[in-house]
Design a binder for this molecule. Structure first.
Ligand code: PNS
Length: 163
């Protein structure tokens, strides 16, 4: 039986921190669905299509990673692709409470799907899409935080917003 997992997130936009988690998860599972979902507490900068395009570009060398989006509950998406695992990255203790809440809720919704956490590489423990957007907005250096395709997209997004 194939081991199928889902790696969900807002990915607004995808960072080196996400890529680290995706790369490591793809080594453990046969198929990994990287799925862009809606986080109702966030107002995204990039459209779903833009986010998908960027994830596809930066994961092109990971053959078992598939990129998708879904409007609805994560567990419903996982079930639709026959995944029985959810992968989340954990950066610091500050992530723990939120992750525990959504993991517990997901288990109430579907107890056949197990959530696994991967500790973020130390070098990315401070990194988040929000912090990258903040730095990019004020023309700060982001080349060490995101892949070149994402850097380019952020620069043109903020340039467009200023015009
Ligand atoms: O990258 P994020 O914003 O931390 O990802 C959170 C996300 C998108 C995975 C989460 O908000 C989510 O799963 N949204 C879809 C709706 C859902 O299933 N919520 C969990 C049950 S409350």
């Amino acid at each position: 039986m194939a081991r199928i997992a889902v790696c969900p997130g807002s990915f607004d936009p995808v960072t080196f921190g996400h890529l680290d988690i995706i790369t490591r998860a793809a080594k453990v599972f046969d198929e990994l669905y990287v799925v862009v979902l809606n986080n109702s507490s966030k107002q995204p900068l990039f459209s779903v299509d833009e986010r998908i395009e960027l994830i596809k570009m930066v994961t092109k060398n990971i053959p078992n990673a598939k990129v998708d989006s879904f409007q609805g509950l994560l567990v419903d998406y996982a079930e639709s692709v026959n995944a029985n695992a959810i992968i989340r990255g954990l950066r610091a203790v500050s992530d723990f409470e939120y992750e525990m809440q959504i993991t517990s809720m997901n288990r109430v919704l579907n107890d056949k799907i197990e959530t696994f956490f991967i500790m973020t590489n130390n070098q990315y423990s401070f990194l988040s899409s929000s912090i990258v957007k903040e730095v990019a907005k004020y023309d700060g250096k982001i080349s060490e935080l995101v892949p070149p395709e994402v850097e380019e997209a952020l620069i043109s997004k903020f340039k467009g917003n200023k015009e």
